[in-house]
Design a protein around this ligand. Structure first.
Ligand SMILES: CC(C)(COP(=O)(O)OP(=O)(O)OC[C@H]1O[C@@H](n2cnc3c(N)ncnc32)[C@H](O)[C@@H]1OP(=O)(O)O)[C@@H](O)C(=O)NCCC(=O)NCCS
Length: 302
């Protein structure tokens, strides 16, 4: 089926209203606090005429309107628009009609706004995938004053950044920003079970003069998982039980703070046997790192 995507005209008003009401009934949105109660529902050709607003319809080969989408300002939030009243009848879903409506809406929005917001319902799972595919990310709180208190899922998309976008090296502060970003994302997916995303578990062994003779850098992350990053014993002290004592101290502290699992990696010229003696088991191997060698990945339940 070929669809025509075009701007709404007065003759489309009733058909657009019918499409939206049919979709709202299908998903249980025919109640207060949703588009169901919007007084403008049958007047889109007028409502979407002003600057910064537009509405498009998808028309099938028989000239029937089967879907639509609009863009309008988001009251109370300058620079942000809202993707509004995006609905397609079942017959038009999976045909590419929605993708083309979205393309029109985003092209229009990009020229006028910084960000695009939308509200939807928790049970519109296919729509969520569709929005995410188009670069929308879920946000926790509603924006602006849409009046749609019945909508429980909100999305936002950055519209700018295409033209001036570039890749640069990171400073330490930048890396911190990246870590904050990924931590926030991770916690939103699977809530952390420890007070801070990273709890340092690093320990060192010093001699009687305070000189470092061995050290272990380790962290307990997110969900009380211990990651042992580095372990080193200075040459004259090797094979005298120092490494073992240090690793145990780190594991004991992590266990004390609730850790249930430890993992680490080691090259084939390092210490796989040492870790296996401490109860670590191989769960993966990276071949040819460095060339001609292997990198082993080990884990242990604490
Ligand atoms: C690997 C290292 C941390 C071990 O520390 P250590 O103080 O020398 O080891 P320990 O004396 O506590 O050894 C404990 C046991 O592991 C064994 N072991 C130690 N190093 C080993 C190795 N590289 N491979 C296999 N077994 C090893 C010891 O023989 C000992 O066994 P035993 O209990 O049967 O006598 C230390 O040798 C080191 O720093 N090596 C160079 C850097 C390195 O490889 N770091 C690990 C990076 S992942």
């Amino acid at each position: 089926m070929n669809y025509i995507i075009r701007e709404i005209e007065p003759r489309d008003n009733a058909a657009v209203e019918a499409v939206i009401r049919a979709c709202l009934v299908e998903f249980g949105g025919d109640r207060p606090g949703t588009a169901w109660m919007d007084p403008d529902l049958g007047r889109f050709s007028e409502v979407y005429r002003s600057e910064g607003r537009k509405y498009w319809v998808a028309e099938n080969e028989s000239g029937r309107v089967v879907g639509g989408a609009g863009v309008g300002e988001l009251p109370g939030v300058p620079g942000v628009c809202e993707l509004q009243k995006m609905y397609c009848l079942p017959e038009a879903r999976g045909t590419g009609a929605a993708r083309r409506l979205m393309a029109e809406a985003l092209a229009f929005a990009r020229e006028r706004y910084e960000k695009c917001y939308l509200e939807t319902f928790g049970n519109m799972k296919a729509a969520h995938r569709f929005y995410e595919k188009h670069g929308f990310h879920r946000i926790a709180e509603p924006l602006g004053r849409t009046g749609h208190f019945g909508c429980d899922v909100m999305y936002l998309k950055e519209l700018k950044g295409g033209a001036g976008r570039r890749i640069e090296p990171c400073s330490e502060d930048d890396i911190k920003a990246v870590a904050d970003g990924i931590n926030a994302y991770n916690a939103s997916q699977v809530p952390f079970t420890q007070p801070r995303p990273w709890v340092d578990m690093s320990r060192k062994v010093v001699d009687e003069n305070g000189k470092i003779i061995a050290g272990c850098s380790a962290v307990m992350y997110g969900w009380r998982v211990l990651y042992v990053e580095l372990l080193w014993v200075d040459e004259p002290w090797r094979r005298q039980g120092v490494g073992l004592e240090l690793l145990r101290a780190v594991e004991d502290e992590a266990r004390r703070q609730g850790a249930y699992l430890a993992h680490l990696d080691t090259f084939d010229f390092q210490a796989r046997g040492f870790y296996e003696k401490q109860g670590y088991a191989l769960f993966g191997t990276l071949e040819d790192v460095p060339p001609g060698h292997r990198r082993y990945y080990l884990q242990k339940r604490l």
